[in-house]
Write a protein that binds this ligand. Structure first.
Ligand code: HEC
Ligand code: HEC
Length: 87
């Protein structure tokens, strides 16, 4: 009979841990990084399939010296679209 009780303890622990993980994920803070704007400058980038492909164009306007350079305190800018999502 001891074996059966161990099973219940294991199953119960599994359920409790699962619930805890789901609760943790639901509690995650909202995304705050600005999404890729849907304006004239950016709208064509929504039609490009791959993120990597689309990111090739960001620098045309956002590199230093271009019309909209990134702010100085901008986080590491590798892979723009991982943070600035296309929604
Ligand atoms: C044709 C020029 C151009 C290209 C290409 C471009 N941008 Fe922009 N972007 C701008 C300009 C100008 C602004 C500032 C004014 C505005 O919000 O449209 C801007 C603003 C932004 C903002 C700020 C939005 C906000 O809410 O303040 C983000 C984020 C951004 N661009 C990301 C990107 C990413 C990522 C790419 C590449 C996938 C990209 N841009 C390509 C011109 C461009
Ligand atoms: C690691 C995440 C991350 C990556 C990668 C990243 N950014 Fe950002 N970016 C941010 C955060 C955080 C801000 C601060 C303000 C905000 O929430 O938009 C920001 C701000 C900006 C702004 C100014 C927005 C404004 O409101 O003035 C622009 C433009 C921008 N990023 C473009 C880009 C481009 C272009 C790339 C790729 C070359 C890029 N970002 C890569 C996280 C990221």
């Amino acid at each position: 009979m001891k074996k059966k009780r161990n099973m219940w303890v294991l199953n119960g622990t599994f359920v409790i841990i699962s619930v805890a993980i789901v609760a943790f994920l639901l509690n995650a803070p909202e995304e705050t990084t600005s999404a890729l704007p849907k304006d004239d400058n950016h709208i064509k980038l929504f039609d490009i399939k791959g993120k990597k492909e689309a990111e090739k164009f960001c620098g045309e306007c956002h590199d230093i010296g271009k019309e909209a350079p990134l702010p100085e305190d901008h986080p590491p800018k590798y892979r723009c679209l991982f943070c600035h999502k296309r929604k």
